[in-house]
Design a binder for this molecule. Sequence first.
Ligand code: URA
Length: 205
Amino acid sequence: AAQAEAPDHWSAPKAGFAAALAGCTRCPLHSGATQAVQGEGPETAELMIVGEQPGDQEDLQGRPFVGPAGQALDAALQAAGVSRAEVYLTNAVKHFKYVTRGKRRLHQRPNSSEIAHCRWWLDAELARLHPRIVLALGAVAAQALTGDGARIMARRGQIEQGRHGGPVLISLHPAHILRTPDRNAQMRLHQALRDDIATAHAITS
Ligand code: URA
């Protein structure tokens, strides 16, 4: 009987997973968001890249990394010689968390409880894809993947053991690059992200 009650997305591949995620109410974030944003990329991808959560554009379009942070990530992927089409892109938290200021929706960082609730989906993606290496973009992704939410700068570029049993390369979040005002500092961060992508990609080949 226990087996008959198992959710279908554990056995069915993507379609069942997507339908189940679309209806997720595991935490309160679903009520303010337009939709849950699914991961995207080949099921056979050996490199999984995990961001924080959808932003404004991602929430509206239903795709990960299509807004400004996505453009910064695309630039870093291109600089590293890695095609976006060969990696699986997803987020630690699948619904957009924000506060409204006038007409704008301002990103809010998900809290530990929201990250923990949403880890159920991330764990399912990890179990489904079995990536050779996971690249964690920023502290929220690192926390979801390794259980350690400590600051990123001392950890970036290093491989840590993921909760799923596989390696996680810690990197920084592209939105952090965009928020950095100093042009030279911004370039250094962009190079760091590019280098981390290249390192992760080299592990898959
Ligand atoms: N930032 C993220 O972490 N993920 C997205 O999908 C978009 C912006």
